[in-house]
Design a protein around this ligand. Sequence first.
Ligand SMILES: [Zn+2]
Length: 281
Amino acid sequence: MTRDPSDAQARRAVPPVICYPVETLPQPDMALYTAARADLRKTGEVLVPPREAATFEVPAGHFFRITSVDGPQVGDLNLWNRNDLSERFYSGKTRALHGTHITTGERMWSSFPTLRAMATLTHDTLGWYGIDEFGGSVHDVIGTRCDPYTHNLLKGGQYHHCCHSNLSRAVGDYMEMPPQDAETHVHDVLNVFMCTGFTRDTGQYFMKASPVRPGDYLEFFAEIDLLGALSACPGGDCSAEHSSDSAACYPLLVETFAPADGALDGWVPPPANGYDRSHGA
Ligand SMILES: [Zn+2]
């Protein structure tokens, strides 16, 4: 341990400044989306089995919903531009812009160089949860995804149903390639329904039983053509442990919806980022 300098208290007392004030961030037209979601036509569904993953496609301007069905269950979500898989969800930048957890009105941002909204959260039945006394909240962009490499590092052994492997198999099936090749497309997730935070004393990532109950859902508006992959985490409600078969696990339902004709008049998909990419050269 180092010794405190004489002005340690004064230095600690400096108030924080928000890194990325969002007042100038392109804002979604929530009134338009709210009106559109009042009259949706279901176009498809996929039931993601426990400890497995599944893919789904959503055209730009359509909606999709992830619903808890049989019991409390956490889902790990990846998103790509369906027409260019190199554009994918950027969990870290989404966290920098919106905070550790996201909810209605906030957005899932894509990787460089496009850096644009891929999806906007349009309804969250767990929006009431807020931030609990432990600093926990739901739908985090901090937890990467459970994976067999970290599991091997910490506990040894070969476990094949972590979200990373589930997503790799599902994307491999979609792209007709082995999971070893598909896993390069798998990226840090949105942890749907997961209740997480950082401990105040040690700053460690924690999880606790998800408050999700059957019938709860998180709904998204697709800003661009999307490929999605969702894993029903082996941790179940993530109340005890993940990366094993010991937790009770349930399926997750993904449904896609089309808005009524004309409901999105005036809306256009967001353009790719305006930076010229010359990097000063
Ligand atoms: Zn997981």
